[in-house]
Each structure stands twice: as structure tokens, then as C-alpha cells.
Design a protein around this ligand. Structure first.
Ligand SMILES: Nc1ncnc2c1ncn2[C@@H]1O[C@H](COP(=O)(O)OP(=O)(O)OP(=O)(O)O)[C@@H](O)[C@H]1O
Length: 544
């Protein structure tokens, strides 16, 4: 140590700190030596090593800078790709959003970063008529002619080889409540068995739509024409519950006046639970009653009147309700658009089991048979008049002269607020069946004037009376009927019901004046209109 201390400038000491350390230099000296060397000061003999150190420092600095730049560049690139990745739904946890233009593997807008869509994919996308379709629809869509040309698929083999179909049995854990339940075994339809049909213009064949999704015309097993009701958002438990409930009710309700259930087709499972599904039902060729009530024949007369299909329709609906009630099921959404027509004119109830559908467009629908029969009363009114309720307006209801008084009385009874005074579905069926068939007069053909009915009281009855009604969960109404409610609550929008019987401002004003003059509604007969005055339907809306 003394040696090192005396000649602290011994050559080589700086270059060999380890040796100096080994020679017994103290740690402090060693650090001093290294520091001196590092700044290039001290012994002039150390010029070369100091320069090297400077150069090394500069080079080191530069390389650090370069490294930083490279890292920054990498972050920039990564963040750019990260954004794209996230937009594709792959960079985050949770459900991967589906392409609205196509299903898995169909070249939709989910190309991973760096992968360019092929021209074929783009052509296919352009060929798809509706870019906002759920993937379960696009993946089941009948191949477009351009698709088949591109893929050279033999027409006989189109369904089986549809490139976008994801068989349910293909791997993955099956956690769908329907699939894990053995009782659904016979109702599950494989995706490749369903083919959504296209119209001549290439667009998917939409039969109708509602709050829960669209309904498409489809082909089951390549031979049976069916209606496929597409539901999305099944990852939401409430939606799934509603879907399962409706499917379960439909599956068990086998009646000639209930639309028949064919099966369910679950979408592909990405995270154990399909997000989309289709409920397959029998196809009702003539569509819904709501549209049918507007049909006119070649002479411009209504296709529906009380004696022309009307009575039969009312009977069919009542029979369907009777069947449901006798099976402890309440429809809760009775309205003309939920009554479907077969080719032969038979009516069937659809949309069974939507227990949470409280209020729809023009109707008040709520739990309990009061809602069911009040809505049935309005459907009767629609059938006899051919008019439809309009939200946000009110008028005194009138029926054509040909409408039997018994039907008017029935409408009134359906609106009774005391449960015991309301007719049961069975009573309605018996009453309607007992009414004489055939046209009693030429009134309808002549375009007879409408007459006011005691239904004028509806205006006074509602909403005050309805607001007093108790609902399942908070009332005895449902209990009295022996029906189950689910605490659905009360929607104060009962005005919808009260105001649901008008579509003409002048008529509303006139009716209101008359109603004020005569609260009993008798004077309303003055406010008449002729069926002939109603606007004719376009040719495309006529079926027969
Ligand atoms: N089986 C079927 N055959 C033919 N058309 C159908 C069939 N099922 C439904 N539609 C058509 O689709 C329309 C809407 O169907 P659906 O009533 O099932 O939808 P929704 O979501 O329940 O409607 P909302 O919630 O308004 O009651 C019907 O009014 C009808 O025109």
C-alpha cells in the first residue's frame, strides 16, 4: 500500500485497476485512479487511454441516443399497430366485436395488421347487400351469384360448403345454456342447415323487424321454407334469458293458432357463449295482420271486413289466447303485427313469451290479462274498421255499420277494469263462434258510413282507470288470474293507449268537440267517414 501511495502515477496502474486492487491499493485510491483516468487528466502518459475514453464516451452517447431513438420508433410503430389491433378488437380483453360486414373468416373488416384484404374479399364484401347485418346472418346468407362464380361452388352443394359456416360442433367448450340442457337436444339446429334467402335484387329477404331484431325468410335443410328470427347481444344475460324463455314457451306451445317453433340455431361461440342466435319458426306466407288489414281488392274494397275474414281472424286469435291461458301463459304483446297469417287466411299468434315487452309502438301492453284483453279489443276494432291506432293522437272509435252490436259489446267488455267482469278467452271464443256467419247486408260493399260506438267511453275510461290498476308484482290483478308477473312495474305512458285511436287531426278535433258536447258519445255519429275515403294500398301490398 505504501508503494502505491508513493508513486500513485505508476504506469499501468490506471489501466490495471484490478491489478492495483490486487496489489493492495485501498478501495478509495482505486476509485480515485479510475476517476482520474476517466476524465483524462493527471498523468500525460495517459493521453491515449483518455482519448479512447472520450471517443468511447462519444460513441457510447451516440449509441445510447440511437438506442433511445430506436426504442421510441418501436413504441411509435407499436402504438400505431396497437391502435389498429385494438380497433380490430384483438388487443383488448373481453369480447371481440364482430364484423358487421361478415362473419369469421369471410374477409370482413377484421383483417389483422399488415394483412391486406384480397380482391376476392373486397368483391365479396361489395356483393353483400346490407353492410350492417349481424354476422350470423351474413354467415348464413344464400351465396350471391357473384360468390358462386368466384368460388365455383356447385349449386347442389352450396349449403354444405358455405365457406363462412362455423359448425357448432367445431371444438371449443360448449357452455351455451341450450346446448348443455338435454331437453333442447332435439331443438338445436346446426348452422349449416339454415340458409337465409335473398330477394331477387340480392338483398337478404327480410320479413319484418321489431325491438328484438330482424326476421328473415330462410331455408331449413335446403327444403323447408322457414322464418329465422335473428337475435343479437346474447352475451347480455337479460337478452339471453328473454331468448331462452321465448324459445321454451314456443317449443312447448303446440297449437294450430300459435306460430310453430322449428328450433334454435346458435351462433359460433367465441368465448364459450354465442352472442347471436336464430329462432326458427314456421313461415307464415301472408305476413302479419297489421299489414293485411290494409289490403284492398281490385275494386278498392277492403279485403278484410268483419264478414270477410275478420270474424275468422278474431276467432283464431281468441283460440290462440285460450290455448295459452289454459297453459298458464300470458301473451303480453297482443297486437295485429304479432298475428301472422297463413296462405289460407288462418291466423296464428306470434311473439309468445315477451314478458318484458311492456309498451310497443302503438299499444299499451302490460302484464295480466287486462292488457291482453284490452289489446285484443283494439285488434277487434282494427279488424272491423281497417284502421290502426296511432301514437300521440286520440279519437272516438267508430265501427262500420255492418259490425254486429255483439262485437262492439265484446270490445267494451274487454276493457272492463274489474277482472271478474272481463271475458275469458274461452268466453270470447264461444261468443264469436256463436255469431252468425255470412254477410248480412251489402253495407261493406257500398262503403257504408262508420257509426259511433259505445267505445267512445274508452276515451274517458283511460288512462284514469288503467292507472288505478294493479300490476303483477305490486298488485292482485295477476294473482286473481292465477298468472305470474315479474315485477314489471308500471309505465305511466298509458297515454299511448288512450291516444292510440286516431290518425286524423281534423277528425280528432271534431270528435273532441262532439265528445265535449255529449260525453256519452252519441253525437259522435255525426263524425262519420266512408271506407271508400281511406287511401288505397299500393299494388305491392296486396297479396290476394
Ligand atoms: N314466422 C313468420 N313468418 C312470416 N313473417 C314473420 C314471422 N315472424 C315474424 N314475421 C314478421 O316479422 C315481424 C316482426 O317479427 P317479431 O314480431 O317477431 O319481431 P319483434 O322484435 O318481436 O317485434 P316487436 O318487438 O315489435 O313485437 C312480424 O310483424 C312479421 O311481419
Amino acid at each position: 500500500a505504501s508503494h502505491m501511495g508513493s508513486d500513485g502515477q505508476q504506469p499501468g496502474a490506471a489501466q490495471q485497476p484490478a491489478a492495483a486492487f490486487a496489489a493492495g491499493g485501498s478501495g478509495r485510491r482505486l476509485l480515485q485512479t479510475m476517476a482520474t483516468d476517466a476524465v483524462g487528466t493527471g498523468n500525460p502518459n495517459q493521453t491515449i487511454p483518455s482519448t479512447a475514453a472520450v471517443v468511447a464516451g462519444v460513441v457510447g452517447g451516440l449509441s445510447t441516443l440511437t438506442l433511445c431513438l430506436a426504442v421510441a420508433l418501436m413504441f411509435a410503430v407499436a402504438s400505431i399497430y396497437g391502435v389498429r389491433w385494438t380497433m380490430c378488437g384483438r388487443g383488448r380483453r373481453g369480447r371481440r366485436p364482430r364484423s358487421r360486414t361478415g362473419g369469421a373468416g369471410n374477409g370482413g373488416d377484421e383483417s389483422p395488421p399488415g394483412v391486406k384484404k384480397s380482391d376476392v374479399d373486397l368483391v365479396l364484401e361489395m356483393g353483400r347487400a346490407n353492410t350492417r347485418l349481424p354476422s350470423i346472418v351474413t354467415s348464413h346468407l344464400e351465396p350471391h351469384p357473384s360468390d358462386s362464380t368466384l368460388y365455383e361452388q356447385p349449386s347442389s352443394n352450396r349449403i354444405a360448403t358455405s365457406k363462412t359456416v362455423t359448425p357448432m360442433s367445431s371444438g371449443g367448450t360448449v357452455r351455451s345454456p341450450l346446448k348443455s340442457d338435454a331437453s333442447w337436444k332435439d331443438c338445436l339446429i346446426e348452422p349449416e342447415q339454415i340458409q337465409i334467402l335473398r330477394r331477387r335484387d340480392g338483398k337478404p329477404w327480410v320479413l319484418g323487424g321489431g325491438a328484438f331484431g330482424q326476421v328473415y325468410k330462410a331455408l331449413y335443410d335446403g327444403v323447408q321454407v322457414v322464418a329465422a328470427k335473428v337475435l343479437t347481444g346474447l352475451n347480455d344475460e337479460r337478452v339471453l334469458d328473454s331468448f331462452v324463455r321465448e324459445a321454451a314457451i314456443l317449443r312447448d306451445m303446440r297449437d294450430r293458432n300459435i306460430v310453430q317453433f322449428v328450433g334454435v340455431c346458435m351462433g359460433s361461440e367465441e368465448e364459450g357463449q354465442p352472442d347471436e342466435a336464430m329462432m326458427i319458426q314456421e313461415f307464415m306466407e301472408a305476413g302479419d295482420l297489421y299489414k293485411a288489414l290494409k289490403w284492398r281488392d281490385e275494386a278498392g274494397r277492403r279485403v278484410f271486413g268483419w264478414y270477410a275474414r275478420g270474424k275468422r281472424a278474431a276467432c283464431d286469435i281468441a283460440r290462440g289466447l285460450h290455448y295459452l291461458h289454459s297453459h298458464k301463459t300470458v301473451h303480453l304483446d297482443v297486437k295485429s303485427s304479432n298475428v301472422l297469417l297463413a296462405r289460407d287466411g288462418a291466423c296464428k299468434l306470434a311473439d309468445v313469451g315477451l314478458a318484458r315487452s311492456l309498451l310497443t309502438k302503438n299499444y299499451l301492453t302490460h302484464a295480466g290479462t287486462l292488457g291482453t284483453f284490452a289489446c285484443f279489443g283494439i285488434v277487434l276494432w282494427e279488424i272491423t274498421t281497417g284502421e290502426v291506432p296511432t301514437r300521440g293522437a286520440m279519437r272516438n272509435p267508430k265501427v262500420p255499420e255492418e259490425c254486429p252490436q255483439a262485437v262492439v259489446d265484446l270490445m267494451d267488455r274487454c276493457l272492463e277494469t274489474v277482472p271478474s267482469q272481463r271475458p275469458t278467452a274461452k268466453e270470447i271464443v264461444l261468443l264469436l263462434e256463436s255469431m252468425p256467419a255470412g254477410t248480412p247486408s251489402q253495407a261493406e260493399a257500398r262503403g257504408a258510413p262508420l257509426r259511433a260506438t259505445s267505445l267512445a267511453q274508452w276515451r274517458d275510461l283511460l288512462p284514469q282507470q288503467i292507472s288505478k290498476l294493479s300490476l303483477p308484482g305490486s298488485s292482485k290483478a295477476g294473482e286473481e288470474e292465477g298468472e305470474q308477473g315479474e315485477g314489471l312495474g308500471y309505465d305511466p305512458a298509458v297515454d299511448t293507449f288512450r291516444s292510440g285511436l286516431s290518425n286524423d287531426a281534423e277528425e280528432i278535433a271534431a270528435a273532441q268537440q262532439l265528445a265535449e258536447a255529449n260525453p256519452q258519445g252519441g253525437a259522435c255519429a255525426a263524425a262519420t267517414m266512408r271506407l271508400e275515403d281511406l287511401p288505397p294500398l299500393s299494388a305491392s301490398e296486396r297479396l290476394f
